[in-house]
Design a protein around this ligand. Structure first.
Ligand code: ADP
Ligand code: MG
Length: 267
């Protein structure tokens, strides 16, 4: 249950990673001895309570924070710095530049991110990705004229146009109302169905993790350690009232907050 077929090479390996912050007065262990592997087209969820080190781990994968111990490899190569092979997608409402059209937003990112050497090449790649995510009709629209879901789609298209190996999303829906949040989750899944990108998605919501994730890594409260890894391929919103969904939710909840009761339940 834990890993996909062993003949597929992992895209990303987090290998016994501990990350400490040194402040003026103390040392904070944000994540401790964390290991996991992400495979191509995984929707990999990092799930754990606030303060358990999810953002820290994601920043470390992004190359912004060096692990204190252990290492992180992408395609077998140790991550030492940020790079265009790992793209962060932030909250939908503040990520597109409002004074640029959808197409211009993509071209700007491509030129700025040094993915393209000429404007012509940037336009060609932008066109390809806008078609891929069904936004071609809206290429000349300004962000404020798009729905929240379409803005997110455009922002993800911009990320994908950079042709990263992996998209990194840190609680992008946390500030949204429940209905919008559900729409955004569905939109993200629809887009994934079309393009099968690899994503690491951070959340502290158990339901969001189950709905979005194909695999879920459960982290303990501070300092974050791996509690368990679950397969959630077969669970989506349509089964939200089914017993398996409720069982999974309960199981994750007790793993997060009652480690004694479930000691040894990690599978
Ligand atoms: P999460 O994203 O799971 O809420 P974080 O990765 O933001 O958790 O934080 C993990 C722990 O590290 C927390 O205890 C937090 O206070 C601490 N921490 C985060 N960033 C810093 C920092 N820049 N300096 C010192 N401590 C930090
Ligand atoms: Mg965080």
């Amino acid at each position: 249950m834990k890993q996909p077929a062993p003949d597929i090479a992992p895209l990303l390996e987090v290998d016994n990673v501990t990350i400490r912050y040194e402040t003026a007065t103390q040392e904070v262990i944000a994540a401790e001895d964390v290991s996991f592997s992400v495979y191509p087209s995984d929707r990999f969820v990092l799930l754990g309570p606030s303060g358990c080190g999810k953002s820290t781990l994601l920043k470390s994968i992004g190359g912004y924070i060096a692990p204190s111990e252990g290492e992180i490899r992408l395609g077998g190569k140790r991550i030492r710095e940020p790079g265009p092979d790992r793209v962060f997608v932030f909250q939908e409402f503040d990520q597109l530049l409002p004074w640029m059209t959808v197409s211009e937003n993509l071209c700007f990112a491509l030129s700025n991110g040094k993915r393209c050497s000429s404007q012509k090449e940037a336009r060609e790649i932008a066109e390809r990705y806008l078609q891929k995510v069904n936004l071609w009709k809206f290429r000349n629209a300004y962000p404020h004229t798009l729905s929240g879901g379409m803005k997110q789609r455009a922002a993800i298209a911009r990320g994908l146009a950079m042709q990263p190996s992996i998209l990194l999303m840190d609680e992008p829906f946390a500030a949204l109302d429940a209905l919008t949040r559900q729409q955004m989750q569905d939109e993200l899944l629809a887009l994934w169905e079309e393009t099968k990108f690899t994503v690491i998605f951070v959340t502290h919501s158990i339901d969001e993790g189950i709905v979005l994730g194909s695999r879920i890594l459960i982290l303990t409260p501070h300092p974050g350690r791996v509690r368990a890894e679950l397969n959630a391929h077969e669970l989506d919103r349509s089964q939200a009232v089914a017993p398996l969904f409720a069982n999974t939710r309960d199981r994750i909840y007790s793993m997060l907050f009652d480690t004694k009761l479930n000691a040894g339940a990690a599978s």
